[in-house]
Design a binder for this molecule. Structure first.
Ligand code: MN
Ligand code: MN
Length: 250
């Protein structure tokens, strides 16, 4: 069951409305890194997670993301409240669609479920969530750097902060499963190249923990400085419909 409370999770008080900034804020309402994406991603994932603790965490965070979606929506509606007085070039999107929010990003592209990363495996999902939180945090930072309104900045700083907290929670959950540093999951075992690193961009080559030292299975990285192809030239394609070059003219 869903129960909605009309009070927002944190205050949303815009001092000076700025319709153009309202358009930027759509990035976190109907955009790829936005709160709708996060809320639906964690909520949908939670249905297939068998671990009760991780399922509970996903549902807690999903509900917080819906609360963030509400905050961003309230910010947008306040920023577009005086949209009639704004020159059309300041916020063309609201001039066409009316006062916000709308389920589009800052360029007017409609929100799409292809933004949502989920795939029936808790490790895969939690790793996608760490990436999702990084994207959200970066968008909030970009918004804060372009924001002149103190009330808006305060709300956005809270939203940015929470994405850091969520990233930490997802990383702790992965760590609890021993899957923060161990890249392997699932049941299909890798082949014998799992410890091999190919140096395929030559010049100014660097070594570091990503290509030397021990890996998750106790073996060490094998660094191939000058990789050679291991597959021979594959058979020519057979295509009866293809045009044949004349043997006498080429
Ligand atoms: Mn959020
Ligand atoms: Mn988050």
């Amino acid at each position: 069951m869903f129960l909605h409370r009309k009070e927002t999770i944190m205050p949303v008080n815009v001092g000076t409305p700025d319709a153009r900034f309202g358009q930027y804020l759509l990035e976190q309402f109907g955009g790829a890194t936005g709160e709708l994406t996060a809320a639906l991603q964690y909520w949908v994932q939670s249905f297939h997670v068998t671990n009760a603790g991780i399922r509970d965490m996903l549902q807690d965070i999903a509900m917080e993301e819906f609360s963030h979606l509400e905050m961003v929506g309230k910010l947008i509606v306040q920023h577009t409240a005086k949209v009639d007085q704004t020159p059309v070039f300041d916020a063309p999107l609201f001039q066409m669609k009316g006062v916000g929010p709308h389920l589009v990003d800052s360029h007017g592209s409609a929100w799409t479920a292809t933004y949502v990363q989920e795939g029936g495996n808790v490790v895969r999902d939690l790793r996608a969530n760490v990436a999702a939180e990084a994207g959200a945090r970066q968008t909030y930072e970009a918004l804060i750097k372009r924001c002149d309104d103190e009330g808006t900045k305060k709300a956005l700083t809270h939203l940015l902060t929470r994405e850091i907290t969520h990233a930490q929670m997802f990383m702790k959950a992965l760590d609890a499963m021993g899957k923060l540093e161990d890249p392997m999951f699932g049941t299909v075992q890798p082949d014998d190249t799992v410890n091999v690193v190919f140096n395929l961009s030559h010049g100014d080559d660097h070594r570091g923990p990503w290509n030397e030292g021990k890996i998750y299975n106790g073996e060490s990285f094998e660094y191939i400085a000058d990789p050679q192809p291991r597959g021979a030239i594959p058979p020519s394609p057979v295509n009866p419909d293809d045009e044949k070059a004349s043997p006498t003219r080429n």
